[in-house]
Design a protein around this ligand. Structure first.
Ligand code: ZN
Length: 164
């Protein structure tokens, strides 16, 4: 987990992470539509990735990180380790719709309850999968939520609802 605040002249901030994120389309904008999502899915090397890697690495989808992707995958019933090459058309539709609806809900409610704003107040969005819900029953089927280390961070998932 890391974060930072910079003051800089926008033309002189030569940081590859920042520049790549700036060139990509924000998932909450209207330009991020099903067609655009298809270009991400069909990019070279994408099919070798897992669902988590697709969503949260290399700034393919700027701003979408490890905390956010847990609920996106839960809502689309996809296991974080599921390979993009095994996605059905339904999986692709569900994951796209879930990116849109989950991020909208998080934004409207002032962020996730696992994070604090600059004044120390937690967000109003109650996370479905996070450190707060590990080992607790899944809201849909009651199976305990699994916490696992994967790709330099924790993943949380319901082993029954989220198919690999
Ligand atoms: Zn479940």
């Amino acid at each position: 987990m890391y974060g930072g605040l910079w003051c800089f002249n926008i033309r002189e901030f030569d940081n590859s992470y920042y520049l790549h994120a700036k060139e990509s389309i924000s998932p909450i904008s209207g330009e991020f539509n099903r067609e655009y999502f298809n270009t991400i899915l069909s990019a070279p090397k994408a099919e070798k990735l897992s669902a988590k890697a697709l969503l949260a690495t290399e700034q393919r989808i700027p701003g979408l990180g490890n905390g956010t992707l847990q609920d996106i995958l839960f809502n689309s019933k996809i296991h974080p380790k599921k390979k993009v090459s095994s996605f059905t058309e339904d999986n692709k539709d569900n994951i796209f719709n879930s990116i849109k609806s989950t991020l909208k809900e998080m934004t409207q409610q002032g962020g996730r309850d696992t994070e604090k704003d600059l004044f120390g107040n937690p967000g109003g969005y109650i996370t479905k999968l996070s450190k707060n819900t590990a080992n607790k029953p899944c809201k849909i089927c009651g199976t305990p939520i699994i916490k696992e280390a994967y790709m330099g961070g924790s993943i949380y998932y319901c082993p029954k609802c989220q198919k690999i």
